[in-house]
Design a protein around this ligand. Structure first.
Ligand code: NOJ
Length: 709
């Protein structure tokens, strides 16, 4: 089935795609895999499915090579935003940030560039993308995924995977499934109903499988009482039977809990391994007839088929995941010119939340002579050949470009916001003064008095293995923001975070601008300057809801070993819509320096397999720019769906005065709900409404259609 909507006009494309590898189909790959696997001994089957152990080899996880027949040791490497733990690799925008671009080309290009870097390092598998849903605003790993909406996450996951795998690198869809908080992450059990599981949490994984993903990582937690990596329902029944997943399932690190149960219930590879549950134990289980030899072969066939599918048998580079720990050979430089697109994608993902009196962009005509910059987040913390931010060595000093833990990448350099803004301001002969500290409030206010406009930088650092206890910005920076706003009538707040952050100062009359660039990667300062000075017109949109207060969110982190997803389908904006709660900034929200008019909505035809709706978009302002046109649908009442769901989006670039038609094709996938009794996706009969607009709450055109059969 085709994904999402299509657009009937020529969109401006500013980038060229890297050449991509012509992948084999699963059928072609299985023919080759069958041949190889049929020649293998039980020892060899065990070698290929068992990781060699924690911290063995240069990769995050490594298997053992076989000879006669020959199959290489596979290198599985973190993480979802770039290569981790080896120098000369790029730091790309985080998942939550690229999701904010709502730009399919950008998502795919980032995937391609990351894939090229993993390939260059000889990593067979990139351990990403992460596609868990930001169900809980305080969850520590929301920044690795694509936000709170399954449809957006599904498109983002599929585009990322297509990009990564176009380089012949196997992508890993993770963490399967309902791994939405870090607290008790290796022990908690999520109680969830089948419909919610399918419509919210499975959706991005289903789109990943359609995109041909090679491997799926099962998660730490339990689902309805059974660990994900030995859960027959989620692995065999849903992933392999219902979704027809042909690749392999590997465990998250130390998420395997058994041999026979895990293997018979669908686990194909254990990571990082060691010989506890697989290896010798697997061989014994086969010898004792607890595991059929056909199943052992099926495990390996899935791995080998994915390897053939990506054509890794045709000259895939050798492993060069060297570390820079004083050895002579720090490995290969794989960065190429990726910095260029990192900068573009960072800019495309900046969300402009407020722009009172058109304070932005800053141009020669703005009359601004002096800019003041405040906050620890504006400056540099770490530079040069830094290895990744681990869980223990937090990278929460200076400007925040990514989170911490296994989702962090190597950081080759950082162009700080201070540097990016200063360089660009020079071209306009604007003076930049600064105080890069959250605590020196008196110093900041005395500087703020002298400036025409001030920027206060705030951040919220998130990392693996820790959820947040609140949504306040770090270091009590709210005090600094308030103090600067009390002093300077043009105070602009910039927030680097992968989580929603509460904004207690938001109604201050002097806070004329608010920007949310998320976690933009190494070019952060340049990406931001491109937006602030109007070189690029902002078009980023929030992939999460920013609430007025923490208690407005539908779910919290539970410090329990068993809990239910009681909000069911009401995740993110669906909850705010259903309960009539006004958010501070809603899902899909973001401003531009120009304006767009929406007219002429038209439903061309409607039936249960293909519905076509178009709308006319005009750039009615005085600047060229891109609009993110969003299509939400409301289901017939009897379907008991949330008030509206995102089911299409398109980024449309229009020159000032230009207009064009955007068309959304809604297929069976976009119109279906999961019917539990029949265990199928079905299109409910009745009246559907379609809402097309610039955010989930800024609906500009409405129409309805009936589906009768
Ligand atoms: C645990 C994390 O959950 C996963 O995302 C990561 O890939 C592995 N550790 C390996 O570092």
């Amino acid at each position: 089935m085709k994904l999402s909507a299509s657009i009937v006009l020529l969109l401006a494309s500013t980038t060229t795609l890297v050449s991509s590898i012509d992948l084999l189909s699963w059928d072609e790959a299985y023919v080759k895999a069958d041949k190889l696997v049929n020649e293998m001994t039980l020892d060899q089957l065990a070698d290929i499915t068992t990781g060699r152990g924690l911290f063995i080899g240069k990769c995050t996880g490594t298997t053992t090579a076989t000879t006669n027949p020959d199959f290489p040791a596979l290198c599985l490497a973190d993480g979802p935003l770039g290569v981790r733990g080896t120098p000369f690799a790029s730091a790309f925008p985080a998942g939550i940030t690229i999701a904010a671009s709502f730009d399919k080309d950008a998502l795919r290009e980032r995937g391609q560039d990351m894939g090229a870097e993993f390939r260059g390092k000889g990593a067979h598998v990139q351990l990403g993308p992460a596609m868990n849903i930001a169900r809980v605003a305080k969850a520590g790993r929301n920044w690795e995924g694509f936000g709170e909406d399954p449809f957006l996450s599904g498109v983002a996951a599929a585009e990322t995977i297509t990009g990564i795998q176009s380089q012949g690198v196997i992508a890993a869809a993770k963490h399967y499934i309902v791994n939405e908080q870090e607290t008790n992450r290796m022990t908690h059990s999520v109680t969830i109903d089948d419909r919610t599981l399918h419509e919210i949490y499975l959706w991005p994984f289903a789109r990943s499988i359609e995109a041909g993903v090679g491997t799926v990582m099962c998660s730490y937690n339990k689902i309805n009482g059974t660990y994900a990596c030995e859960n027959d329902r989620v692995l065999n029944q849903i992933l392999k039977d219902e979704l027809d997943f042909k690749g392999w399932v590997h465990s998250d690190w130390l998420a395997t809990h058994s041999t026979t149960k895990a293997v018979n219930n669908g686990l194909d590879m254990t990571m990082p391994g060691g010989w506890v549950y697989f290896g010798g134990a697997l061989k014994n289980a086969v010898k004792n007839s607890k595991i059929e030899i056909t199943r052992a072969k099926d495990m390996v066939r899935r791995i080998v088929a994915a390897w053939y599918k990506m054509r890794q048998d045709e000259g895939f580079p050798s492993i060069k995941m060297n570390t820079n720990n004083g050895l002579q050979d720090p490995g290969i430089d794989v960065q190429a010119d990726h910095a260029k697109r990192i900068r573009q994608h960072g800019a495309a993902s900046v969300v402009l939340l407020r722009n009172k009196n058109n304070i932005l962009p800053i141009t020669a005509a703005s009359g601004i002579k002096k800019i003041a910059i405040f906050g620890d987040d504006a400056g540099l913390s770490r530079q040069g050949n830094n290895t990744s931010c681990s869980v223990v060595s937090k990278c929460d000093k200076g400007t925040l470009i990514q989170g911490g833990g296994s989702g962090a990448s190597n950081v080759p350099y950082i162009v700080s916001p201070l540097e990016g803004i200063t360089n660009r301001a020079k071209e306009l002969s604007i003076e930049v003064v600064s105080s890069i500290s959250d605590g020196k409030i008196a110093k900041a206010t005395s500087i703020a008095k002298t400036a025409d406009v001030t920027f206060v930088f705030a951040k919220k650092y998130s990392a693996e293995m820790s959820d947040h206890s609140n949504l306040k910005a770090d270091n009590n920076v709210d005090k600094l923001i308030q103090a600067v706003a009390n002093t300077n009538k043009n105070t602009i707040v910039v927030i680097h975070s992968g989580n929603a952050v509460m904004m207690p100062w938001e109604s201050h009359p002097n806070i004329t601008g608010i920007l949310w660039p998320g976690l933009p990667g190494q070019e952060t300062g340049n990406s931001l300057a491109d937006i602030l000075f109007g070189d690029i017109n902002p078009s980023g949109r929030l992939p999460i809801t920013i609430a007025k207060q923490e208690s407005d969110y539908p779910a919290d982190v539970y410090n329990k070993f068993e809990f239910e997803y009681t909000e069911r389908l009401l995740v993110g904006y669906k909850h705010f819509d259903a309960k009539g709660i006004d958010p501070l900034f809603e899902f899909g929200y973001g401003l531009s320096y120009t304006t767009f008019d929406y007219t002429h909505i038209k439903v061309h035809h409607a039936n249960n397999t293909s519905t076509k709706v178009s709308v006319q978009i005009k750039n009615s302002g005085d600047r060229d720019g891109a609009e993110i046109v969003q299509a939400y649908i409301s289901y017939p009442e009897a379907a008991y769906e949330p008030p509206k769901l995102l089911r299409g989006f398109e980024k449309v670039f229009l020159k000032k005065g230009q207009s064009n038609q955007v068309t959304f094709q809604l297929g069976k996938q976009e119109l279906s709900i999961w019917d539990v009794p029949s265990q199928q996706w079905v299109v409910p009969k009745g009246l559907f409404r379609i809402h097309i607009g610039a955010s989930s709450r800024d609906i500009r055109q409405r129409a309805s259609f009936h589906i009768n059969s």
